[in-house]
Structure formats: structure tokens, C-alpha cells
Design a protein around this ligand. Structure first.
Ligand SMILES: Cc1ncc(C[n+]2csc(CCOP(=O)(O)OP(=O)(O)O)c2C)c(N)n1
Ligand SMILES: [Mg+2]
Length: 596
């Protein structure tokens, strides 16, 4: 980042007419100053009068630089953009949400970020807590007692400071906590009363260098010794690669760990790329639910090492059913520090023989340091089932992947999201930024915002950002794309459009079958047609270029070429591709999935 703000090739800044007032004169100036002192590059927001003080401070006190505002059409998008940025960079952004109503709008996206353990600093606001200061009607409506309670079950910490001086400290603490492992969103509610009051006396500014995020706890060396000895002796170890840092150095450590133990590797689509999915030790494609090869390697394993696997209990349950897990289970995760009683995103309780309650990466590093420095032969792996053959002549995601590959060539691509039936065999993940994982909380409508956040993070990096999204997910969140158009962010969105909330058609089919009823009615109340939403039109209406609906291969290839050309020039682009819904059914039948 330069002195003037973020460096982005095509970035479209909003210039502020000077002069800016550098004096910290108002309560909200203190909150804005703290964001700058913490070196936060952007604040994603949808405005509202509860923080009109802060808004003025960002513009007329900071000159809309460091942080710079990122205007969004919906609070859910502001949060999802910060979430996508955190997924790509490992770094938090700030978000500002208006009073109770903006917070209510943003809350699903906060849940997604929480469940994905993605850090962000959310600033909320409330009408004056001091009722004597409230404007009639609206300030009363937009004042809530204990506003943080709305999202307390799915944030790491929240506060409602009583003064500007207290807000400086609260913001420093919230930033530190959000960014300390295990990371998650934090929320600070700014009272309009002190935001809009003059600052009396000096502020004791917290020194960011003395409130830096904590470094991860290190594992117990004695326990590392025991685990390493068990792994070194193992005949058929398996390593489950869940959450970890998205860096080349950590990917090398993980790969070396598998090679030195001769372990079979499994990757989780929820976590994104942690190891190369076409490595000779990798069993089958990355998974959401257990695949046949994944189940087989787990059932024959004598040692199972989970490095931050998101639902270890669920994976073992799928592999072993009611049978006892005979293998020695070693589990490394700091996630339990965030486990509470409201949500169940701690998942099923796994049987564990050696547990490290610290970040999985630290355990991987320390295990590697004590394991013998020799590579063991790769394990014999079960065959990967052949991909489902396409029936009919409708387009499939395989056609999309092939067209994309032929247009993109070898330029590295980041997928912030992957739609149903993505052909992992055609597009192995080799770099930690190749695929960023799922939305965390299973709340759809998040795909477009997550994709914009990743595009923000990676613009100018040399990587092309391509999101493949479902039509339902896209339609729920499509106005997030306006932010990409407004700030000229290069992002290619390819919609796998089966004209349906198809996931739920599968559910309806299965319920009808169980009940001996007619599964052919599964489409009723699920199909997104008659009239079919004009998704490309919705993109164009927001200032993006777009193609579609695309229904045949030549059209698809031309559209992809145009879309890839646009992002190479730094512009966002959307392609609406009509995907034969039967492909989803066939893939689902093969995997026997039961998605959210
Ligand atoms: C906010 C929210 N509403 C509803 C759901 C239930 N749901 C899960 S997947 C899905 C359909 C998604 O449709 P689309 O993005 O088109 O993907 P497809 O299943 O068609 O591949 C729905 C409605 C959800 N997960 N989140
Ligand atoms: Mg769909």
C-alpha cells in the first residue's frame, strides 16, 4: 500500500475535495484515526445516519484514505467482501454497518465469516444511548439496548464503548482479538451520542505495536515427540488437511509431512487448497462429504492425523459408521477455543488419542522438524471414480472448465468459489491461492460478495480471479457485483445456471421417495424460471459487461474468451451459462451427497 492508499492498477478512487480537517475534533474522528493507526486499508460499508459522524470523519478528517471506503449495495455484501478478502490474504478489513437494521442485514454474512474463522473488524453504530439526545422517531427506532447481543453468539468479542477515548482502546482490542488465532469477526458499537460530540481533552492513543495480534500457541514438545514416533512407525497413515495458512511455505511443510510419513492426503473443499490435489499421495479429488477413495483410505488407516480438519467427527462417522475407529487419531486444531453453546459449528465430537489445542500449522511444522528426513514411498491409493458422463447435449461445468483453460492458458487462477459439479480432475489445485474454500456457514447469497473480496485482494497480483457460482447463489447476492464495477475490480463470474435452487430439488426428490410419493414434483417451488431471471442483464444493469444466457459450446468459448480478455484488462465480467440440471443429479447420485 502506498502513502495515498491501496495500489490497484485500475482502482477508481473517489477524490475528496480538500482541505481535510486534520484536527481530531469530534468523537468519531477518534474511531476513524484508530483505523488509520491500525493500518487498515479499506472499510466496506453501506451508510446510515447512526454513523454519519464516523462517515464524516472518514471523508473530511481522513480524506477517504487509509482506510478508503468500499461502498456496497447491501450490508451482507460489505461483510462478505471483507470475508473474501480475509480468505485470500489472511488479513482483516474493517466493515461499517448502520445501527440495528444494517446489522440485521449483515448478520448472515457475519455468521458465515464466524463459521469460516475469518477475521474482520465490524464497526456498528446506534442512535444515542442517552435518550435525551435522540431525534424523534428514527433515533428511537435505531437504538437497541445491547445491540451486540444480536450477533454475540457468532462473534469473538464485542463492545459498546461509552466515550471516544474508550472507543480508541476498544477498537485496538477488537483488532487484536480478531487477528489473534483462532481468528474471527469482532464488533464495536459506536454510540451516535459521543460520535457527534466534540472531543474534550487529549486522547491516550493505544500504541498498535504494543497491541499486536498474538502469535499462535506452540505445541507441547513432549506430545510432538509421541505423535512423531507414532507417525514414523505407521504403515498406512492418512493426513486430513483442513484449515491452515494459505502460503507456499506452509504448503511445502504439509507436503513434506505427507512424503516423510508416506501418508495418504485428503483435502477439504470447505478449507480450500492446502496441498496440491494431484500429488501422488493425494487420495481422490478434494471433498465436501466423504468420497469413496477418502472412505477407503480412512478405513484402512492405522494412524489418522487431522490438521485442522473442519468436521473430524463427521468424517470419521461417515467412514466408520457405528464401528469403532481402530486407528490412532491425532488432532491438531485451535478451534475449540471458539466453541460455545449456541451454534453447533464445533460439529460432532471426534474420538482423539493425541490432541493439540493449537493451530494445525504449528503442529505440522514441529512434527516435520523431528521426523526422519527421508521420503517414504507413496501409498497405494484406491482408484478415483471416473467423472459422471454427461447425458444429453446440454453444457456442463466440464465444458466451462475446458473453455476457461483454453482461454487462460497457464496464467494462475484463483477460484473464490466453485459451483456444483466442478470437474476437479480437469483443474487440479497446486498453489495455496488456487481455491479459497467454501462460505463457512452455508449461507447462500454470499458467493458474489466473497468473489468481489477476493478480487479486491488479488487485483494486480498476476492471478486471475474466476468465481463459478450457482444461479440461486448469484441471484441472492448479485448486487455485490456493483462494487466490483464501481472500483474497476477484475473478476470473472461464471454462473452455472441450472435455473433452479437445485440442491433443494434433490432434497425434495429424496423426501418424496422416502415417503413413497412422486419425486417428479421436486421442481415445484424450486425452479428459477418462467420468467427466467436475466442474470447477464442484471450484471449489465450494474455496469459490468456480460454474456448469456449461453447455451451451446461455440457461444460458451466466445464468451469465455471475452470474459478472460476483460479481466486481463482489469474489468469485471459475468457469463451466464445454461447448465443441464441432469448433470447435478448424476454427480449427486455418484457422491450420494446431502448438501445443506
Ligand atoms: C440463506 C440460505 N437460504 C437457503 C439455503 C438453502 N439452500 C442451500 S443450497 C440452495 C440452492 C442454491 O442454488 P444454486 O446456487 O443455484 O445452486 P444449485 O443447487 O442449483 O447448484 C439453497 C436454497 C441456504 N443454504 N442459505
Ligand atoms: Mg441452481
Amino acid at each position: 500500500m502506498s502513502e495515498d492508499g491501496p495500489d490497484r492498477a485500475n482502482w477508481k478512487a473517489e477524490p475528496v475535495a480538500g482541505p481535510v480537517d486534520e484536527n481530531v475534533g469530534w468523537g468519531s474522528d477518534v474511531a476513524a484515526q484508530m483505523l488509520r493507526r491500525l493500518d487498515i486499508p479499506w472499510i466496506a460499508l453501506t451508510p446510515g445516519a447512526s454513523y454519519r459522524g464516523l462517515h464524516d470523519s472518514l471523508v473530511n478528517h481522513l480524506g477517504n484514505k487509509r482506510p478508503e471506503m468500499l461502498l456496497c449495495l447491501h450490508e451482507e455484501h460489505a461483510v462478505a467482501i471483507a470475508h473474501g478478502f480475509a480468505k485470500a490474504t489472511g488479513r482483516a478489513l474493517a466493515v461499517a454497518l448502520h445501527s440495528n437494521v444494517g446489522l440485521l442485514h449483515g448478520s448472515m454474512a457475519i455468521f458465515n465469516a464466524w463459521a469460516d474463522r475469518a477475521p474482520m473488524l465490524i464497526l456498528g453504530a446506534t442512535g444515542p444511548i442517552d435518550a435525551a439526545q435522540r431525534r424523534p422517531w428514527i433515533d428511537w427506532l435505531h437504538t437497541t439496548q445491547d445491540q451486540g447481543a444480536l450477533i454475540r453468539h457468532f462473534t469473538k468479542w464485542d463492545d459498546q464503548p461509552g466515550s471516544a477515548a474508550a472507543a480508541a482502546v476498544s477498537i485496538a482490542r477488537a483488532w487484536k482479538l480478531a487477528n489473534s488465532p483462532p481468528r474471527a469477526p469482532t464488533y464495536i458499537n459506536l454510540d451516535a451520542g459521543w460520535q457527534e460530540a466534540p472531543v474534550e481533552g487529549g486522547i491516550d492513543w493505544p500504541d498498535p505495536t504494543r497491541h499486536a495480534p498474538a502469535s499462535p500457541a506452540r505445541p507441547d514438545p513432549a506430545l510432538i515427540g509421541r505423535a512423531a514416533a507414532i507417525l514414523a512407525r505407521a504403515n498406512a497413515p492418512v493426513i486430513l488437511f483442513g484449515r491452515g495458512a494459505r502460503t507456499g511455505a506452509m504448503m511445502d511443510v504439509r507436503v513434506a509431512l505427507a512424503e516423510r510419513t508416506g501418508a495418504a492426503m485428503l483435502s477439504d473443499l470447505k478449507a480450500g487448497t492446502m496441498v496440491p490435489t494431484d500429488h501422488r499421495n493425494h487420495a481422490g479429488p478434494p471433498i465436501n462429504k466423504l468420497s469413496a477413495p477418502a472412505g477407503e483410505v480412512l478405513r484402512r488407516a492405522d494412524v489418522i492425523l487431522s490438521l485442522g480438519w473442519i468436521d473430524l467427527g463427521g468424517a470419521l462417522g461417515q467412514a466408520f459408521g457405528k464401528h469403532e475407529v481402530g486407528a490412532t487419531v491425532i488432532h491438531a486444531s485451535d478451534d475449540a477455543m471458539l466453541h460455545r453453546g449456541w451454534g453447533q459449528e464445533h460439529f460432532a465430537l471426534p474420538p482423539v488419542d493425541i490432541e493439540f489445542q493449537c493451530a494445525a500449522d504449528a503442529v505440522a511444522e514441529d512434527l516435520l522438524a523431528v521426523l526422519p528426513d527421508t521420503v517414504k514411498p507413496a501409498p497405494a491409493l484406491p482408484p478415483t471414480p471416473a467423472p459422471a458422463a454427461a447425458s444429453g447435449d446440454g453444457l456442463t461445468m466440464r465444458d466451462v472448465a475446458r473453455a476457461l483453460r483454453s482461454s487462460i492458458g497457464e496464467t494462475p487462477v484463483t477460484f473464490p468459489a466453485l459451483a456444483r459439479s466442478w470437474p476437479h480432475d480437469l483443474w487440479p489445485q497446486r498453489h495455496p491461492l488456487d481455491y479459497l474454500g467454501k462460505d463457512g456457514g452455508g449461507g447462500i447469497g454470499s458467493g458474489p460478495g466473497l468473489a468481489v473480496g477476493a478480487a479486491l485482494a488479488l487485483a494486480g497480483s498476476g492471478r486471475l480471479v474466476v468465481a463459478t457460482l450457482g444461479d440461486g447463489d448469484t441471484l441472492m447476492g448479485i448486487t455485490a457485483l456493483w462494487t466490483a464495477a464501481k472500483y474497476r475490480l477484475p473478476l470473472l463470474v461464471i454462473v452455472g445456471n441450472n435455473r433452479s435452487y437445485f440442491n433443494d430439488e434433490l432434497h425434495q426428490e429424496s423426501v418424496a421417495r422416502t415417503r413413497g410419493r412422486n419425486p417428479a414434483n421436486a421442481w415445484v417451488g424450486q425452479r428459477l424460471d418462467d420468467p427466467p431471471p436475466d442474470i447477464a442483464g442484471l450484471a449489465r444493469a450494474q455496469g459490468l459487461d456480460a454474456s448469456g444466457p449461453v447455451g451451446e459450446i461455440g457461444e460458451l468459448e466466445r464468451a469465455v474468451q471475452e470474459g478472460v480478455g476483460a479481466i486481463r484488462e482489469g474489468r469485471p465480467y459475468l457469463i451466464d451459462v445454461l447448465i443441464d440440471p441432469r448433470q447435478g443429479r448424476e454427480t449427486a447420485a455418484r457422491r450420494a451427497t446431502k448438501d445443506s
